[in-house]
Design a protein around this ligand. Structure first.
Ligand code: MN
Length: 311
């Protein structure tokens, strides 16, 4: 069962209570200020300012208060593992992926080993959350990280991605397999040295993650921690996110060269237009080979193409 706890400021708590007031239930537990029950989610507000969402709809409900409000931005969505207090200063292999939300281009996953005695060095390189860094800086810093630390970098190109997707693999399963493989590669590289922990930037609950891997020949399971926003918990995950992003950019460069214009990132309306253009200039097979074909963008591009280019 999904269980999400948000620490929210009073003004947001009041909004939560007002929002669920007509679904209010009476629950007399220690420290409980308010409780409500939807068909698929229970909401409990504590005097401490914590709000717990429990059940199948937990993420959907929590999202309304955990992300949308700027005052609540800092509150972490807690659904991962209990973490050691000194995690940031330990020797860790971190892993992260990128490209999952981009219509064009691959999924890339990186795992990086940052031992305790290199944490400072990696921080000095300017490593932080790759989402806060521009592409130019990412390209430079990624090379510095790769020269300093053992790492593994995997690229799942569109052709293979589409093949797996057609076989029924979810994106979650593909990601799990790539993380597991990259982590295994780094463990092999650094053996007999071992990290204190392995830290995965979490994209699935632990049970779901290992269920994706149930048929894997090698399974990295020892001392594995899963946590969301892990790039802020240990520099190894931030480093991994930078290398993954770097690999994604390199692939996009190659593909853009092939077409003579820069392929659009993301999955928005500009992507639809570009995909329609490629349908016109290169045809469907080419578009399939550079895209995540099952995304809604494909259908939108086909409609645009019919409207614009065929009469
Ligand atoms: Mn991530």
């Amino acid at each position: 069962m999904t269980n999400i706890v948000l620490q929210l400021p009073e003004q947001v708590i009041e909004k939560v209570i007002a929002h669920y007031n007509d679904k209010k239930v009476n629950r007399n537990g220690a420290g409980i200020r308010f409780a409500a029950k939807l068909t698929d989610t229970s909401i409990t507000v504590y005097n401490s300012g914590k709000v717990m969402f429990q059940g199948a709809g937990a993420e959907r409900e929590a999202r309304q208060f955990g992300v949308a409000t700027s005052t609540a931005k800092k509150s972490a969505i807690v659904k991962g593992d209990q973490l050691p207090k000194n995690l940031a200063s330990l020797s860790i292999i971190g892993s992260d992926e990128t490209g999952t939300g981009d219509y064009f281009g691959p999924i890339t996953v990186a795992a990086v080993y940052v031992p305790a005695n290199k944490i400072e060095l990696i921080q000095t390189l300017g490593v932080k959350d790759s989402k806060q860094m521009n592409d130019t800086i990412i390209r430079r810093i990624a090379k510095d990280i790769m020269a300093s630390c053992p790492y593994s970098l995997l690229t799942l190109r569109n052709e293979k991605y589409n093949e797996l997707q057609a076989k029924g693999y979810s994106q979650g399963k593909m990601k799990a397999m790539l993380h597991n493989q990259a982590l295994h590669n780094v463990l092999t590289k650094i053996a007999p040295e071992e990290p204190d922990y392995i830290l995965i930037d979490q994209f699935a609950e632990r049970g779901v993650y290992y269920n994706y891997l149930k048929n894997s020949k090698v399974l990295v399971q020892n001392r594995v921690l899963l946590a969301t926003k892990a790039e802020s918990l240990h520099v190894s995950v931030a480093a991994a996110s930078i290398i993954a992003r770097y690999a994604f950019l390199i692939e996009m460069d190659k593909m853009s060269k092939q077409f003579g214009y820069t392929l659009q990132k993301g999955a928005g309306a500009k992507v639809d237009e570009m995909a329609a253009k490629i349908l016109q200039s290169h045809g469907e097979d080419t578009l399939r080979n550079i895209s995540k074909w099952h995304f809604a963008n494909t259908g939108k591009a086909q409609a645009l193409y019919k409207k614009k280019y065929r009469h």
